[in-house]
Design a protein around this ligand. Sequence first.
Ligand SMILES: Cc1cc2nc3c(=O)[nH]c(=O)nc-3n(C[C@H](O)[C@H](O)[C@H](O)COP(=O)(O)O)c2cc1C
Length: 161
Amino acid sequence: MGISPDEFRSALGRWPSGVSVVTSLGREPVGMTVSAFFSVSLAPPLVGVCLDQKSATLPVILASRAFGVSVLSTEQWALSERFASKADEHLRFLGLPLADVPGARNPLLEGAVMHLDCLLQATHEAGDHLLCVGSVQIALSHPGEPLLFHGSRYHRLGALG
Ligand SMILES: Cc1cc2nc3c(=O)[nH]c(=O)nc-3n(C[C@H](O)[C@H](O)[C@H](O)COP(=O)(O)O)c2cc1C
């Protein structure tokens, strides 16, 4: 008994996530939209991102052994689309202000609600994706509401009660 890709995709659409742009620095800054970002360990501080093996950002991360994470705010939903679109991939950073984070190895997007600067600690092959574990060197939080993604649409937080 197996499940079809459609069944799998549709079931996973019920899982809400935040939206991050994972970046790295080669000759130019590179970055891509990622929902598969998660905390892994508190001590030492580790996070994970799961990246498509075909991603153009991935080889840069593997070469630099570093990546950054910018968790997008609700005002930045257009950036999520920009960093996911294959059209004008090389223009993703054009005119985009970067955050001034002393000591950061990776480009971090201004206006994000969280910035992490990580060294690549380990990778694990996981089907058509590569699980990248990062050792967090810098962690900053900023005011603002995090952008959410659920059921192929963007959302904002709403408190219960
Ligand atoms: C909301 C959203 C979440 C995404 N999450 C992921 C993810 O977790 N992992 C991934 O590999 N691609 C994810 N993608 C797709 C990539 O952003 C997309 O394939 C991008 O073009 C890859 O860029 P690159 O090939 O320049 O690295 C997501 C796209 C969107 C819109």
